[in-house]
Structure formats: C-alpha cells, structure tokens
Design a protein around this ligand. Sequence first.
Ligand code: DX5
Ligand code: ZN
Length: 219
Amino acid sequence: MKDNYTNKTIISPSILSADFANLQQDVEILQEAGADWIHVDVMDGHFVPNITIGAPVVKAIKPHAKIPLDVHLMIETPQNYVESFIDAGADILTFHYEATKDLTEDVIGHIKSQNVLVGLSIKPKTPPQEILRYLLMVDMVLVMTVEPGFGGQTFMRECAEKIPVIKQNAPENLIIQVDGGINSETAQFCKELGANSLVAGSYVFKSNNINEAINSLRV
Ligand code: DX5
Ligand code: ZN
C-alpha cells in the first residue's frame, strides 16, 4: 500500500471536527471531496487531556469508508489496544513515542505483524533525534505541530522544522505526516520542508466548500 503514495501528498482530513451524530455522512462527504485517507483521533483522557472515540466507533465507520482509515492513537499503553483497533478496521495505526519509549520497537513489531501500516508520532517537545533509530522500521512518522488533544489550535512553525531532520535520515518511501493547525498556507510550508501527508480538521470542516479546501492542501 505504501508504495502507491510515494509521489503524491496524502490528504487525511480529521473527523475530530466532524458532526459526531452524523459520522457516516461526513465520511462520505470527505471521500467524495477527494480525501485520500480518513484521520481518526483517538484520545483517552490520560495521554492527552481530552476523550474522543474508541474502537467501536472505528468499527461503525469502517463499512462506509472506501478509503483507508488512518488511526492516530493519543493514548497510554497503546500496545494494549493494537488488536482492537486493527480488528475494528484501522489501515494505518499510529501511536506516540512518548507513550512507549523503551517499548517502541516492540510496539512497532507488534503492529507490523498485523499487516497494517505503522506510524510513530512525536509531540511538540520531543526532539526528532529521539526517533531516528526507528525510521527504517516504520511506514510513517507523524510530526505534531500542536500539543495533541484538541482541534482548532495554532500551528507551531518550530515543530515543522523537525521535518527536514527526519527526511534527511529516512528511507525514500517514509511517509512524513503533519498534524495540527494545517491550512493552505501551513500545508505549503510543511510540504516545502518535506512533508508528504497532511492532516487537517477544522480547516476542512469549517470551510464552505470541502472539495476546494482539500484541493487547496494539495497544490
Ligand atoms: C489534535 C489531533 C488533530 C486534530 C487537528 O490532537 O491529533 O488530528 O484533529 O485539528 P486541526 O486541523 O483543527 O488543528
Ligand atoms: Zn491527529
């Protein structure tokens, strides 16, 4: 699956900003508007100070999703939930380095053994050097450009400066995804630095034309 993505920017709108009472409808709207993936933000109220959705909601969305579900786990002990999210239908499963530290390699191996793509994410205060040793093992690195936990926050440029450090040390086909405060301007900045996947929640859902909003991230 990953090789299909090496030459394009993967747009992964976040349903954190969707209407939770109408998720099926919003997933279908994103697909029709040209989204590549659907980004699902899972928060546990411990790793981040907010609670969102869990595996049962991923499972409910799955039959309506024709495009991959890009599940971003912002939870403690993600290793305990790998099976439940993959059974629910995650196609890309991303967890946080800060939640696993010394266990990171094991968790990467665990996810890979289930034949889905594995992503490793870092919060704003984590230096990219801490994850360089994992770049050959993962399919994607997710660079957070806001403190994880909430949509609608302001993009932190200094976090995006981590992208070239990761890119210089990464294999050619590593997906470098950015999440937090993405709009057409910040998207451009991140792409110039080497990102090839963009998550956007409020920018997409608050726009009057979702199709145009998604296209504006691509150009
Ligand atoms: C934040 C989440 C993001 C969030 C982005 O913790 O990981 O995916 O939905 O929202 P915006 O695009 O509004 O910053
Ligand atoms: Zn996210």
